[in-house]
Design a protein around this ligand. Sequence first.
Ligand code: AMP
Length: 421
Amino acid sequence: MTIRAVRGVHDILPGEGEKWRRVERIARDVFDSYGYEEIRLPIFERTELFARTIGEATDIVQKEMYTFEDAGGRSLTLRPEGTAPVCRAYLEHGMHKLAQPVKLWYLSSFFRYERAQAGRYRQFWQIGAEAIGSDDPAVDAETIVLLADLLDAVGARDVRLRISSLGSPEARAAYRAELQAHLREHRAELSSDVRERIDLNPLRAFDADDPGTREVMAGAPRLLDRLSDEDAEHFAEVRALLDRAGVAYEVDSTLVRGLDYYTRTVFEFESAALGAQSGVGGGGRYDGLVEALGGPPAPGCGWAAGIERILLASDDAGGAVSGPPTSTPPVDLFVAFTDLTRRADAFGLTAEARRAGLGAQMELAGRSLKGQLKQADRVGARFVAILSVAGAALKDMESGEQRDVDRVAVLREVLRGRGAA
Ligand code: AMP
């Protein structure tokens, strides 16, 4: 029996690498231009970090975390998301003492034990941004425009943005009770799943698919209508700024995000080019998160976007991601040898060529000279050096011309030939 990869994970094979690199490159450029700095954090954290911030009653904490005990008896969890770890690091490294907001981005993989299906994995990759230390609505708008720009730059198709506001925790608590009353009143029409979660997580009912629940939710009170004046004003300002930046959106009062730490602005980008799993990226404001971790008040806002989904949403025959491949690094020199006694010399020449800044490869599989020339052609080598007992020859793969050269002159000849090309 061969050992196969675990369910829900995927390999990124060499042929796909360029697509990934392209998205990463574009993300880096966009983040640079917005003044974000990269942060790289551990793959696992204390379980408590996620339980305390994401919320005990959420799907992630209840059923999706990869939690394990290490040999020292600590409960650790493979990170299911990036915001809580970034806030942990912000606090731990005293970033609240820097000029605010601190703008950070990351590109890493995350882990959730979800039902695996097209576009949904148990290990997946996210690009994320967090701006911590300001509650200015311009921060919300800037992070949203940033993601819109990024999706545009990679060529994601048919993208739609929905936004809403969850208000303050107080408004949300009062609303929650009101929503629970509504759900209890219509208990019989709800799916069993939603019915079971009336006490624990009533807002999730907005995400339900079954017709009965959807009908009940259509008549449900909306949090957006229960915002405090201050929160409503904040939301209006975010919308005005998006309008000013020319970013189209729909206000969707049914938008709830599956994590407890959100306050005020929440948003989601979807692509109609995707199937059932249409979410490309989403996020929102989390004004109490740093404080919940024991820090000073440090309101923040951010998002995460799935790289697999971005690729799916951008991928078509002529699509930007699968478009003209950017150049693979050139192979200036392929070092061949006709006799095993020349192998060490070939190895030395290859190393020397690389140190001189050339793209160099050597024969590694014991091929015949004919096979080696074929291999050199396959990798797109510009020159082939052929080392033999008699000496050295240099073949120009462009002209096909081959001539004997002094062994000590090989590198100089290649450097000159390359310069001339
Ligand atoms: P979330 O952290 O749940 O708001 O997710 C943000 C984005 O990450 C989503 O819009 C997806 O693009 C991506 N994402 C979340 N979960 C998964 C998953 N299990 N597999 C692939 N992508 C995911």
